[in-house]
Design a protein around this ligand. Structure first.
Ligand code: MN
Length: 299
């Protein structure tokens, strides 16, 4: 099932050809609060999805389908407790960053900077699959580069601590595309990756039952029609189950939490006016334009 949020955070099911969307909000339990700040129903729905699946499917079958182009798709995640991101999870990406990182640390090999790990991004950085990424004014004035990182994103259904890798995929609600927009250079990862609009997510969740193996997907990103990233999730150093096990040994995973699984090689700078098109096989495509800073910057 392709599960989407649209317009004022209504729940929709997108048809298999991704032409139409059917509003199924009425079968989601609890008061559907269209003020997204108050919306804990989404997290409950992530937790209880298996119990709701049949009524969602029935509502999708019996409801009135609308053209997908007639709605505004939102990020298919709502008020998640955490956005967890993965560092150094593709060997080729580690290789392409190695010289830059070593130069930055002036030969002091802070080896951990090139090691697999997880970190947190601010949930307020999430935007939808058609939304703009806005360059931050201060760093833009300083000439610092903002890079795209197109990544497979995992959304949790059942949470837990100390989840065993062997059962980790049973905890997954679905998969989507996440852009982990990144300010390059000095500074803690969480700060450099948490600017407003720096986590586009979408276009919808493909529920886990429809993805035979999340470690056999293709991740691509184009900027203005030029392919920058073209990778296979099979090349991840730590696979999806391993990331869930590693993370849940540190912090409890809750329903609705998002895990970005790491940047494939080919990251690069994006500038105002350019358009990023990201695609993952079996999931879909999203299109995010780059915007200049919202405020005037005087140098
Ligand atoms: Mn990343």
């Amino acid at each position: 099932m392709k599960l989407a949020l649209f317009d004022d955070w209504r729940v929709g099911v997108v048809d298999s050809c991704a032409h139409t969307i059917t509003d199924v909000t009425e079968v989601v339990p609890g008061t559907h609060d269209t003020d997204h700040l108050g919306a804990s129903w989404w997290v409950r729905m992530c937790r209880d999805f298996e119990m709701l699946r049949r009524s969602l499917e029935r509502a999708a079958r019996d409801g009135t389908a609308r053209r997908l182009g007639d709605v505004r798709l939102r990020a298919p995640v709502l008020n998640p407790g955490k956005v967890i991101a993965t560092a150094s999870n593709y060997g080729e990406h580690v290789a392409e960053m190695r010289e830059v990182v070593l130069e930055r640390v002036a030969g002091h090999v802070d080896r951990w900077l090139l090691d697999f790990d997880v970190f947190l991004k601010a949930t307020s950085s999430i935007v939808g699959p058609d939304d703009a990424v806005v360059l931050p004014a201060g760093p833009e004035a300083e000439g610092r580069e903002v890079h795209h990182e197109s990544e497979l994103a995992v959304v949790m259904a059942r949470g837990g601590s100390g989840i065993d890798a062997a059962h980790a995929l049973d905890h997954v609600l679905g998969y989507t595309i996440g852009l982990d927009m990144t300010l390059r250079g000095d500074g803690d990862r969480s700060r450099r990756k948490s600017y407003d609009t720096f986590t586009p997510i979408g276009p919808w969740l493909v529920t886990a039952d429809e993805i035979a193996d999340p470690n056999k997907l293709e991740v691509r990103l184009q900027v203005d029609g030029v392919t920058r990233q073209d990778a296979k999730t099979a090349d991840m150093l730590v696979d999806v189950a391993g990331i869930i096990a590693y993370t849940s040994a540190i912090m409890r995973l809750d329903p609705g939490d998002i895990i970005l699984t790491g940047a494939p090689p080919g990251v690069g700078q994006v500038q105002a006016g350019e358009v990023m098109i990201s695609e993952i096989s079996e999931i879909g495509t999203m299109r995010n334009p780059m915007r200049a800073p919202n405020v005037e910057v005087t140098k």
